[in-house]
Design a protein around this ligand. Structure first.
Ligand code: PDD
Length: 284
């Protein structure tokens, strides 16, 4: 069934949704986005996603006059119109449309699109099949902390992993892991300490990452935010990734080498439960 999507002020069927060919999002990837998970027909951690959207817009100097209430209301309408119970809502703001030019006016009217994708989030979590990843050079632009739609590098890297029967790529910069193609990465050392790269211009500040660190701390787990090498990954007892569309997933193989016991471990198991509890109490 055709979805109802939101495009620049209107709800329309997905077959009728149109944006200008001159939209700078289309011509220059001059756009930012958010992916908010939906559980039980409600938004998970809306506040975190809205705050990050504001940050991304500020970094690109895109000024919007949509209020938080307006955007939240649109998300709820998209959920209701599409009877979405579990999945994600995608929002994209572009700088707007203008004849193609590297120079832009600051007076452009930003475009706003929102659509939903129905997707199982909880079931794969419970199955928790361990993933297999490969590593590759981080070839993205130098500001992946801004959630822009410049996603060709991660998309091509992910395709390369799939062509080699692996699930994803962990990207490497200066011999240190940055992040997955669309997720933050963590390892657990031999004494149970969780290690994840600290926030900087090199990685996206994941909303799920922040919640995982919070619930891990509350569960008494030790955390260290710092860069780590591939060798450290190989000697880790567990490894995992986090994102809004998958929550948490164990990584059990890196470049063909088994991590820990080669299956999802205890720490990931406890984080899955603690994170789900958190999500259920932060629904909007
Ligand atoms: N991706 N790092 C990158 C490069 C990402 O693209 C994402 C999310 C994350 C995790 O962020 P969060 O926990 O806020 O989802 C980290 C989304 C889900 C996507 O592009 O579909």
């Amino acid at each position: 069934m055709a979805r109802i999507v939101f495009v620049n002020g209107e709800f329309v069927s997905e077959d009728e949704a149109k944006v200008s060919i001159f939209d700078r999002g289309f011509l220059f990837a001059d756009a930012v986005y958010e992916v908010t998970p939906i559980l039980d027909g409600k938004l998970v951690d809306w506040q975190g996603h809205f705050e990050r959207l504001k940050r991304s817009l500020t970094e690109l100097n895109i000024t919007i006059d949509f209020s938080e209430k307006y955007l939240l209301d649109l998300h709820r309408k998209i959920i209701n119109k599409n009877k979405l119970n579990e999945g994600i809502v995608y929002l994209q703001v572009t700088r707007g449309a203008a004849d193609r030019d590297f120079v832009f006016e600051n007076t452009l009217k930003p475009s706003l699109i929102i659509f939903s994708q129905s997707k199982e989030i909880i079931k794969p979590l419970l199955v928790n099949k361990g993933l297999s990843v490969m590593t590759s050079q981080d070839i993205r632009w130098q500001r992946p902390d801004i959630k822009t739609t410049q996603l060709l590098a991660p998309s091509l890297l992910k395709m390369e992993a799939l062509s080699k029967s692996m699930d994803d790529v962990w990207m490497v910069k200066d011999n240190r892991i940055t992040e997955g193609t669309s997720n933050n990465v963590f390892i657990v050392d031999s004494v149970g300490k969780i290690i994840t790269r600290s926030l900087s211009h090199d990685i996206l500040g994941g909303i799920t990452r922040a919640v995982i660190l919070k619930v891990a701390k509350e569960s008494g787990l030790e955390i260290e935010e710092r860069s780590f090498t591939l060798e450290e990954c190989y000697s880790a007892s567990e490894a995992f990734i986090t994102s809004s569309s998958i929550f948490i997933r164990s990584v059990v193989r890196i470049n063909g080498k088994l991590i820990g016991k080669g299956k999802s471990g205890e720490i990931v198991g406890s984080l899955i439960s603690a994170h789900l509890e958190y999500c259920k109490s932060h629904l909007t």
